[in-house]
Ligand binder design. Structure first.
Ligand SMILES: [Zn+2]
Length: 301
């Protein structure tokens, strides 16, 4: 009897050990793959020849990445609010002039793998996850069959009337909008520890992946703030590209974890908008980060 118990105990222990080893091997393989991927992301190939087609560009050229926030029915003039009407006008301009709105993958492949894209390419992005991005911006994007990335603050999801609902995220994700991370709580990443950054980036990624059932691989740093630890956290958490708010056209020069974006203000007329998508050295009026911070404080309750 006691022999049988002993034998059963040995079998049970062996099963548990095999199971734990299995988990360990799977995890090791996953993290190995992740590291291999981010290494690839850091080895940038830059095009040195001349393009075979005048309608395509290589990654020795830059691309405008537009950054929007709230898209309300009417803007109060707060720099985070571009009215639905202004947004409609700007998207119509892109459509009328034959612009190609890149998907997140197309943009990544262009920057990292030098896969050529149409000369008139832009990347449209939104921050913070306001519900009016679903109610006002999404129908316009759909009308023109435009791609866009929405960077979501996951703690604000399903909270009150200002922010997006999970089901709205899922709908947009299923219909060509890339849903990506803007952290869990809009933290100033450069002000928190490496450990806290890593948690924040992993948690927001997990939450969005569960809602949308798709990989989340891109992140926009709140206020554009980041430090060395942020980049390491991004790589560890499995992000392959990260966006700042630095106001210039995007290229490979600063690396895949510091992609530039251009702020679109409510004070712009169509000429200001045109400048930003046609001229890499557009009259870079102010891009005062302090101004954005101030607006954020008064805007987010
Ligand atoms: Zn933000």
């Amino acid at each position: 009897m006691s022999k049988r118990i002993k034998r059963n105990a040995v079998i049970a222990a062996t099963v548990v050990i095999l199971f734990v080893c299995g988990l360990f091997i799977i995890n090791y393989y996953k993290s190995y793959k992740r590291i291999a991927y981010s290494k690839e992301a850091l080895t940038l190939k830059t095009y040195n020849g001349t393009s075979t087609s005048k309608n395509l560009i290589h990654n020795n050229e830059s691309i405008p990445v537009l950054m929007y926030h709230s898209i309300p029915d009417n803007s109060s003039g707060n720099i985070m609010e571009v009215s639905k009407r202004q947004f409609q006008e700007e998207m119509k301009y892109l459509n009328d002039k034959g612009y190609h709105t890149l998907s997140a993958d197309e943009f990544y492949d262009f920057i990292v793998k030098d896969k050529p894209v149409p000369k008139k390419s832009v990347l449209v992005t939104f921050d913070d996850g306001y519900e009016n991005q679903y109610k006002n911006a999404y129908p316009i994007l759909k009308e023109y069959k435009f791609h866009a990335i929405m960077f979501i603050i996951t703690d604000y999801l399903d909270k009150g009337t200002l922010y997006l609902k999970s089901n709205e995220l899922k709908t947009m994700s299923d219909n060509g909008i890339n849903i990506e991370s803007h952290t869990t709580n809009h933290a100033k990443l450069d002000k928190i520890s490496y450990k806290d950054q890593l948690h924040n980036l992993k948690d927001s990624k997990d939450i969005l992946e569960k809602i949308c059932d798709k990989a989340v691989r891109f992140i926009a740093y709140p206020y554009g703030y980041f430090n060395k630890d942020t980049v390491t956290s991004c790589q560890k958490a499995g992000y392959i590209m990260a966006f700042t708010t630095s106001g210039k056209w995007a290229n490979v020069n600063k690396g895949v974890y510091a992609i530039n974006r251009i702020y679109i203000f409510p004070q712009f007329n169509l000429d200001d908008f045109k400048d930003r998508i046609t001229d890499p050295n557009y009259g870079q009026v102010v891009h005062p980060i302090e101004m954005i911070k101030g607006a954020y404080k008064t805007f987010v309750k």
